[in-house]
Ligand binder design. Structure first.
Ligand SMILES: [Mg+2]
Length: 260
């Protein structure tokens, strides 16, 4: 295979997929990815979603191509095998253990954190299997303020990080994010960062949009300013088109197929 891209890591929501567009993943992009896969490249969806919600969204969108790998909840890696996705070990096991350890530490402080938020904002706070603390706010301004507070709290707990995507946030161990998971996948495939393309639109994508993990980084037009800024500073490609159309532009750019 002579193509420069041997592994694609694409965020899902807002990057590949635009729920209110028809189709939610452009046919143009599906064709490009299918073509790369046919040439031997691997495609990973690198998302904050968990398995069931991603599978449902892919099904509903009528997607004709199949990701070779999934990075779920910004950290767990799964490989496509006979119409199922199989957990990649020992990465996922170690990840679960390390997260559990740090979450045990965080639990002591949750009443204080929840109290601080509740006295100032209207927000939804809940626990799920991936974090003892998950947060959804009604608007970006509230999340910006709470994000600052949570970052301050993280300074008091070694290796604790806030993972934020728009108005959603949760805690994670800082060794596990979209970037480190992509690094592990690259290593498992026997590839280098110089073989990797990554595209994303929001804050939880920042760790994978670095040349440390992907030589070819990209953002669609709808990406938040922090993402565009990072992609530009890494010498990457920011498209003038949104969502999947922007990703298609970026792939064509790196394959040297830009017209005009
Ligand atoms: Mg996104």
């Amino acid at each position: 295979m002579n193509l420069p891209i041997k592994l694609l890591s694409t965020d899902f929501d807002g990057t590949l997929f635009a729920e209110f567009e028809n189709p939610p993943i452009p046919v143009e992009l599906q064709k490009l990815i299918a073509e790369l896969q046919a040439s031997g490249a691997k495609w990973a969806i690198n998302t904050g979603r968990e398995m069931a919600s991603l599978m449902e969204a892919l099904e509903r969108a009528g997607v004709t191509i199949e990701p070779d790998y999934l990075v779920l909840v910004e950290r767990e890696i799964h490989r496509h095998h006979e119409s199922q996705y199989v957990a990649l070990e020992p990465w996922n096991n170690t990840c679960t253990r390390v997260q559990k350890e740090i979450f045990n530490r965080v639990r002591e402080d949750l009443p204080k954190i929840v109290g601080w938020i509740n006295s100032r904002f209207h927000a939804r706070i809940y626990e799920d299997p991936y974090s003892p603390f998950c947060l959804i706010t009604g608007n970006t301004a509230d999340m910006n303020a709470i994000h600052e507070y949570l970052n301050e709290y993280c300074r008091s707990v070694p290796n604790l990080a806030v993972v934020r995507n728009d108005v959603y946030a949760r805690f994670s161990h800082d060794a596990y994010n979209k970037g480190t998971a992509l690094g592990e996948l690259t290593r498992q495939l026997g590839l280098q960062s110089s073989d990797v393309f990554a595209a994303g639109d929001h804050l939880n994508d920042l760790p994978m949009l670095k040349t440390q993990y992907a030589k070819y980084v990209a953002a669609p037009a709808n990406a938040v300013p922090e993402v565009k800024e990072l992609v530009r500073s890494e010498g990457g490609y920011v498209s003038e088109r949104s969502h999947g159309y922007g990703v298609a532009d970026a792939i064509k750019h790196y394959l040297g197929r830009t017209e005009g």
